[in-house]
Design a protein around this ligand. Structure first.
Ligand SMILES: NC(=O)c1ccc[n+]([C@@H]2O[C@H](COP(=O)([O-])OP(=O)(O)OC[C@H]3O[C@@H](n4cnc5c(N)ncnc54)[C@H](OP(=O)(O)O)[C@@H]3O)[C@@H](O)[C@H]2O)c1
Length: 309
């Protein structure tokens, strides 16, 4: 009995594994013998298709579902509002309903955009939602539908996600620094960068405790430690990448958000307070600067490997 208790793997079905969090999460889970992983990309499971969701869950009968999909292109929401709600709201309800029928808990990712960002000292899970724009509204509605449909859920709100994979602000900063002599970054919006690999660590640590009997369902915040701005983060990207290559950018200028043209409104503060996660699960924030150095190193290792292949 003890043997079975110690060795029973948790069967997890992960959606959206071609996205940056899904990619790191599925790799980390597959490398851990605690987990038996079914990793599904958007081509293998379109979560807005209720019948397909039902089919995959009936087929695999997972112990847990982790939804890492999301429509995150905040500047494109204007022209793709229906797609944004279909994925961030209705599809989350699809997953919650099917998980509910099969008594399978659902882990879901949400965003700092459920707050308008005017509260400078950081948002806790108890702060009232005030969703920002269509994207924020779609994420908040998805959260609400999940809470209503399935008590056994974890909603993990994250912010400012970066990685070696996909389109994110670390990649954009690197691209600009390689192509332009002078680059600019916004210095009056605050947030905590969070690596996709670190989010994977947090989700799997939560999952292990829940699998071993912790009943800490609910909504949690996680972000990397240390508040900065996009300017502060870009400065750190340039310093880390400068160890590996001579970047073209010689000048980095701090600008205000008013000087930057972007379609969607962005929060002034994306800072999430993470003490609930620490108190309930004992999971601490990792400094994003450490994670950034690891990610930049990985970026150059992968680049070198692909060049010599
Ligand atoms: N990125 C951030 O800074 C950030 C911040 C806060 C919260 N979050 C949340 O974290 C989660 C993951 O973010 P991420 O940065 O990893 O996103 P991502 O890299 O854009 O990945 C999302 C994945 O979902 C897939 N997808 C789209 N429509 C789908 C569908 N109908 N069925 C199944 N999969 C579908 C996408 O495929 P295609 O690429 O083919 O469309 C993509 O592979 C999202 O819930 C997001 O709201 C992200």
């Amino acid at each position: 009995m003890v043997q079975e208790f110690l060795t029973r793997p948790a069967k997890v079905l992960i959606t959206g594994v071609d996205g940056q969090i899904g990619y790191f999460l599925s790799l980390a889970a597959a490398a851990d013998p605690f987990f038996d992983v079914i990793a599904l990309s958007d081509k293998q499971l379109d979560i807005s298709d209720l019948a397909a969701v039902q089919h995959q869950l009936d087929l695999h009968l997972p112990d847990y579902v982790i939804n890492t999909t999301g429509f995150n292109a905040v500047d494109q929401v204007g022209s793709e509002q229906d797609r944004c709600y279909a994925l961030n709201t209705q599809a989350v309800e699809n997953l919650a309903l099917v998980c509910g029928q099969l008594a399978v808990p659902l882990f879901h990712l949400s965003s700092d955009y459920v707050f308008d960002g005017h509260y400078q000292s950081g948002y806790t899970e108890d702060d009232e939602a005030s969703p920002l724009g269509v994207y924020g509204d779609s994420k908040w509605r998805g959260e609400e539908l999940l809470r209503a449909a399935l008590p056994q859920h974890i909603i993990l709100r994250v912010s400012w996600v970066f990685s070696t994979y996909g389109d994110n602000f670390m990649q954009r900063a690197l691209k600009q620094a390689r192509e332009q002599e002078s680059i600019a970054a916004v210095d009056d919006r605050r947030g905590c960068p969070t690596s996709a690999a670190d989010i994977a660590r947090v989700i799997l640590a939560m999952l292990k405790q829940i699998h071993n009997g912790a009943e800490n369902w609910g909504t949690y915040h996680y972000c990397g430690a240390e508040v900065t701005s996009r300017y502060g983060f870009t400065e750190a990207v340039l310093a880390a990448a400068g160890q590996y290559e001579k970047l073209r950018a010689e000048q980095l200028t701090a600008i205000s958000s008013a000087q930057q043209s972007q379609d969607a409104e962005r929060p002034e503060s994306s800072v999430l307070v993470c003490s609930k996660l620490l108190n309930a699960f004992g999971i601490r924030q990792i400094p994003w600067r450490h994670e950034l150095i690891s990610m930049i190193k990985l970026q150059y290792q992968e680049q070198e490997a692909s060049q010599s292949a």
